[in-house]
Design a binder for this molecule. Structure first.
Ligand code: SF4
Length: 63
């Protein structure tokens, strides 16, 4: 699983960082998403899928 984050679409809502804090963080500057890893460990995949679903802007996608 590989994560893609579109920082142009991200509105800085922070749901991803709350849902999967080992994988997502937010920029201190503007709150947009930062990927801590782009290929999450197997144990984090379920949280990553939830984060993609709860992102309100559709900025996250999976390959
Ligand atoms: S949940 Fe979506 S909109 Fe919110 S910070 Fe994460 S990627 Fe951006």
């Amino acid at each position: 699983m590989r994560i893609k984050a579109d920082t142009e679409r991200c509105i800085g809502a922070g749901m991803c960082a709350l849902t999967a804090p080992k994988v997502f963080d937010q920029s201190e500057e503007d709150g947009t998403v930062l990927l801590l890893v782009d290929e999450p460990a197997a144990e984090d995949e379920a949280a990553v899928r939830r984060a993609v679903q709860v992102c309100p802007s559709g900025a996250l996608s999976l390959d």
